[in-house]
Write a protein that binds this ligand. Structure first.
Ligand code: ZN
Length: 147
């Protein structure tokens, strides 16, 4: 019974990742942004850049990304950008902080559960080789918020 439940969880996890990989949300042509702003994960070959559009109310209106990457890096960027509209830069920074702590194993993966589908990325903590794939977009966001 436990094995069956684990099997279902893994299938759901892969289904969500592959859905976001095949149809990434908020992926756009950002060729107007200088390639110096490209973030890379050489261990896998992932690269991406971000554009944050701010609303007049000081909250994030939308975040778009462009680049090439594996299923996990693309799905992570797609899932991340879905959750950002409406957040203040301060809220976005604490969002990044919690996510990075979970992926470093410093916080339990359950911390991500309130974020809907994004919670599947908590499972990546079990695959240390892929953690840099999952965190690439988040480090890019952290840097973009500083600028
Ligand atoms: Zn990757």
């Amino acid at each position: 019974m436990i094995r069956e439940n684990m099997g279902d969880l893994d299938d759901l996890y892969m289904e969500i990742i592959l859905d976001h990989y095949k149809s990434p949300r908020n992926k756009a042509d950002l060729s107007h942004i200088d390639n110096d702003n490209m973030h890379e994960n050489p261990s896998c070959g992932d690269s991406l850049k971000l554009e944050i559009l701010m609303g007049d109310d000081g909250r994030i209106d939308s975040v778009r990304f462009d680049g090439h990457g594996c299923a996990i890096s693309t799905a992570s960027a797609s899932l991340m950008t879905e959750r950002l509209p409406g957040k203040t830069p301060e809220e976005a920074r604490s969002f990044i902080e919690v996510f990075l702590k979970v992926l470093r194993g410093e916080e339990p993966a359950e911390r991500l559960e309130e974020w809907g589908d994004l919670a599947v990325l908590g499972g990546v903590v079990k695959f240390p080789m892929r953690v840099k794939c999952a965190t690439l977009a988040w480090h890019a966001l952290e840097k973009s918020l500083e600028d």
